[in-house]
Write a new protein. Structure first.
Length: 366
């Protein structure tokens, strides 16, 4: 027999016409997709990695690092995804690779840019959402201040922030709260400095405490019902820029006052307020953040008022009238904002008479 009879004829194009035998059923396996991961993490701090929206206005300067905070600890948070087209500068789908404004070009003085997906200073692959203050489900504006001018804050349009400029925020729902101060995203601003990571996590289910203020009728200064009123904004900003807190406003319908069991949600800038005007029969909604469990204005405790602390130090003890430092400082800021001149004695009296105190809240964002 000729040798050619033992060789494959690759010119005949018959290979694709020859059938392939099916796999025996006894060797069948469930499709791999059916075995994919379902459980991701426990729900108190979901394993979702967020970055802050890069162009949020700053709230205060950290004296130690000289960096700026954009979200104080305890603030209620919403988020922006690639489907949010406003405000400018949000995260983009990976194929689009948006632009991040990040530094001042030392040659041209122009604002330099980075790619969101291709730059070292862009967003990590696992960052799909950007956190912003919650706003109670109503679109609102955040505003840049003189502090942003000092900080050299950049806007999503690639310009330096000017005091009074508005940053429009779409309506959102809470996804969690900040359990640490969140710093301004300055990655790429300086070649040799990157103190803070590009992202973090949120808290959704925990027992937390925040200071509260029960405001007198007619004194509407601490709750951000709307940020468009410049005069009101100037008053509450001195408090809200530093603290997350709960407000009770009788003239806004909170006629029941502060009672355990009431649901709380977010005001226009991510601070806590009573849901449904303080109703005891309100249902939990997409805007519900938690439920008030404990109300505490029984201070001082554990003889803390007998602990001698240095005058002017505001260390817990005699210089805070035995109040916890966070509560004392909050009351001082709040009283100052409404035009009073607080003293150690007046701060303690305001707490003991029930105007201020500590609200303990069971978070139930999930």
């Amino acid at each position: 027999m000729a040798l050619d009879n033992y060789q494959l004829n690759l010119q005949a194009q018959n290979t694709h016409k020859v059938p392939i035998r099916n796999r025996p059923d006894k060797y069948a396996e469930t499709p791999l997709a059916k075995r994919a991961r379902f459980e991701v993490s426990e729900g108190q701090r979901p394993a979702e990695y967020f970055a802050p929206f890069k162009y949020l206005p700053v709230t205060e300067k950290d004296v130690t690092t000289e960096d700026y905070v954009i979200i104080p600890k305890g603030r209620i948070l919403g988020s922006l995804s690639a489907y949010d087209l406003t405000p400018a500068g949000g995260i983009k789908d990976i194929p689009e690779s948006g632009t991040l404004y990040g530094f001042t070009n030392q040659v041209t003085s122009a604002i330099g840019t980075y790619s969101q997906t291709e730059s070292y200073f862009g967003y990590d692959d696992y960052i799909t959402n950007l956190v912003v203050p919650a706003n109670g489900g109503t679109a609102t504006n955040l505003f840049y201040t003189a502090l942003d001018v000092t900080a050299g804050s950049i806007t999503g349009s690639g310009t330096y922030a000017v005091a009074g400029d508005a940053l429009p925020m779409p309506a959102n729902a809470p996804i969690g709260v900040a359990f640490h101060d969140w710093y301004q995203d300055i990655r790429g601003k300086n070649l040799n400095y990157r103190m803070w990571p590009d992202g973090g996590h949120v808290l959704t289910d925990w027992y937390v405490e925040v200071p509260y203020a029960i405001e007198a009728s007619g004194v509407q200064t601490l709750r951000a019902e709307s940020t468009d009123d410049a005069a009101a904004r100037a008053l509450f900003a001195g408090v809200s820029n530093q603290y997350a807190y709960l407000t009770v406003k009788p003239t806004y319908g909170d006629s029941l006052g502060l009672k355990p069991g009431q649901f709380v949600d977010s005001d226009a800038i991510g601070n806590y307020k009573l849901q449904s005007a303080g109703s005891l029969t309100a249902n939990k909604t997409a805007q519900t953040v938690g439920k008030v469990i404990g109300i505490d204005n029984r201070f001082p405790k554990s003889a803390l008022d007998e602990v001698q602390t240095y005058p002017g130090s505001r260390m817990p003890g005699t210089q805070t009238a035995g109040l916890p430092s966070f509560l004392f400082e909050f009351v001082v800021a709040a009283e100052t904002a409404i035009g009073n001149t607080p003293t150690i004695e007046s701060v303690l009296n305001a707490v003991q008479t029930g105007t201020y105190g500590v609200a303990r809240i069971q978070l139930m964002v999930s």
